[in-house]
Every structure is written in C-alpha cells, then in structure tokens.
Design a protein around this ligand. Structure first.
Ligand code: LTN
Length: 326
C-alpha cells in the first residue's frame, strides 16, 4: 500500500500565484509522482469561519473545485472531495476537542493574526480551526501532509493530538509528517513589503487572470528609479519580487534571471514576465472555463469523491468511537 497523503485549501476566493506555487502546483506534482494515495479536499467547513454568505460560499466551492481539476488534479488518480459532506471530520474534531487544552490553541499564531484582522467576527470556529484540521488529517490515517510553513504549527498540534489520543486510548492514529513546500515569498505588486493577497486585487496576480490583466498589473508594479536590473531584495524589493516570481516559473535562480536581463529596461522584464505567466496558465484558463460552464459535472466529481473519502473516514471514526467507550 502506498502511504496516504492529505491536503486541502479553503474555498475563500480566487487563487493567486502565491497559492498556486505554494500549494496547488505541488498537489498536482505529488499526485503525478505516483508515490502516494492522495486525498485532496475543499476545506469548506474551515471557510465558514470567515462568515461568507451562502451564495458566496457555494460559488467559491465550485470555483476552487474547478481550479483543482484545471490544474491537473484527476479524480482517477486522487480522491477529490468536500469536507462538509463527510460528517466524520466534524465528529472527530469534537472528540479531539476534549483532549486539547485551551492554552495550546491560544498560542496559535494564525488564530492570533486572524482574530486581529477579523475583529468583528472572532468566532469559536476560528479558535478551533486547528483541531478540525487535525481531524481532517487523522481521520484518514494520513502520513504525509504537503503544507506551507504557515501551517507547521497546526501540523505539530496534529502530531501532539495523535500521540495524546494513542497514549490514552491505544494505538489509533498515524503521526503525520509535513512535506514542506518551498515557496518563494510572493509579495504584492503594489507594496513589496506586504504579502500578495486577494484582498488587494491590483497587487495580486490571480491564476485565472486574463493576459491583459496580467500585463496591466505587472506594468504598474512598484519598482525603483535607478533602472538597473539586479537581484537585491534589501535595496530593490519591488524589482527583486518580480525576479523571484520569474525564477519560480522558469525554475532558475533569481540572480541568474537578473543576469539574463542585464542592460534591459524594467519594462522589458515586466512585459516578458507577463507573457511567461499568461502562457503558463493558458491551458489552465481554457480548462477552467470549460469546467465552470458545466457546474453539474464538477458537482458529480465532488459527490463521487466524497463518497469514497467518506467510506474511509467512517471506518476510522467507528474505531475511534469504540476506543473512547461508545
Ligand atoms: N489550514 C489549511 C487548509 C487545511 C488543511 C487541512 C491542509 C485545512 N485542513 C488538512 C492540510 C491538511 C490552509 O489554510 N492552508
């Protein structure tokens, strides 16, 4: 049996190139490596912690599923499913809640960040987010979890909860390992000191942006006034961000990219980068457009995947119930 790999993303809006390079691109590569039994899900219970309207949530779920499929996740190779359709996720989260001290959740930096940003809606779900994430992982006995470094603290909690449950109730869960995806930090085109974020669409390149939008946003990207193409994140953060992005898409070191552009204008780099990115996502855009035009086919894939995943999760949940004494 191949080891089990689980990961997911929240359906909370359009994906940008940072999300793509940090997660989705790796999902497809891990799937195609053939080394794992892959489970990729839409974290639509987690998404509820941000308080979306029902229409918004429904739209985002279909949109993210289309992103998964257009980026190459294949229901013949991976289980692709919706967290909310599998009761075992929330059921296991409840049981794990009872072995999670408040203090361990109070320390979570993502919670603290989100509570500071989302001041009008600091709900219990936001606080409990890491326990649900632990359940997402443990309910499949997953061994490998591809995540960005912002999720490592949650993964460490998952390992702690697995150990704690196992020692109290007997061997039940595998302790999962993170597969750290090394992402270049993709910064905003408008302010290279801030991370690229969907909340600032003009500083952000979405993976389904039209070539015209990509060109326009890059043409306006903040650089500096000395005109020299040189990789120097300290002195030239805007330009270096563009070189980092370029290098991530061509798989070359950013200093090397800078050397290739020596003597050229910033506008040349921006135009070539726009073409590179628009070209990289050309097939993706076409596939996504075709999928979005047939939402029923997307739903069918999610229903079938959720059924498969649900059968696996239910089995583990039955074991857990027995172990705790039900
Ligand atoms: N918190 C993750 C999404 C997520 C996840 C998971 C990832 C929820 N449950 C389980 C891996 C495994 C995020 O925001 N990137």
């Amino acid at each position: 049996m191949k080891p089990i790999l689980v990961s997911g993303m929240q359906p909370t809006g359009r994906l940008h190139i940072g999300n793509y390079l940090g997660a989705l691109k790796n999902f497809a590569e891990l799937q195609n490596s053939g080394k794992y039994q892959c489970y990729f899900f839409l974290a639509d219970l987690h998404a509820l912690t941000e308080g979306p309207s029902p229409k918004m949530l429904g739209g985002n779920i279909l949109d993210l599923a289309a992103d998964y499929l257009a980026a190459g996740l294949d229901p013949k190779k991976s289980v692709i499913y919706q967290q909310s359709q599998i009761p075992a996720h929330a059921a296991l989260a409840w049981i794990l809640n009872t072995i999670t001290p408040m203090g361990e959740l109070e320390r979570m930096t993502q919670y603290k960040d989100k509570a500071a940003r989302q001041v009008t809606n600091v709900n219990a779900g936001l606080f409990d987010y890491p326990v649900l994430m632990a359940a997402d992982i443990l309910v499949y006995n997953a061994q490998f979890i591809p995540v960005g470094d912002d999720q490592l603290q949650h993964l460490e909690l998952t390992r702690t909860l697995a150990r704690r449950f196992n020692s109290r109730f007997g061997a039940t869960f595998a302790e999962p390992k993170g597969l750290l995806t090394q992402t270049p930090r993709v910064m905003s085109l408008k302010d290279p000191h801030k991370k690229m974020s969907k909340s600032d669409p003009e500083g952000c390149l979405f993976i389904d942006d039209s070539p015209e939008d990509i060109k326009r946003k890059l043409a306006r990207a903040v650089t500096d006034s000395d005109g020299e193409i040189l990789y120097d994140p300290e002195r030239k953060p805007g330009l270096s961000n563009l070189l980092d992005i370029y290098s991530a898409f061509v798989g070359k070191d950013p200093h090397g990219v800078a050397i290739d552009f020596e003597g050229k204008q910033y506008s040349d780099l921006k135009a070539e980068l726009a073409e590179l990115i628009a070209g990289h996502f050309a097939k993706f855009r076409a596939k996504k457009a075709a999928l979005v035009a047939k939402p029923a086919s997307i739903k069918k894939i999610l229903v079938a995947g959720s059924k498969k995943a649900g059968a696996v999760a239910d089995k583990k949940m039955a074991e857990v119930k027995k172990k705790v004494g039900y």
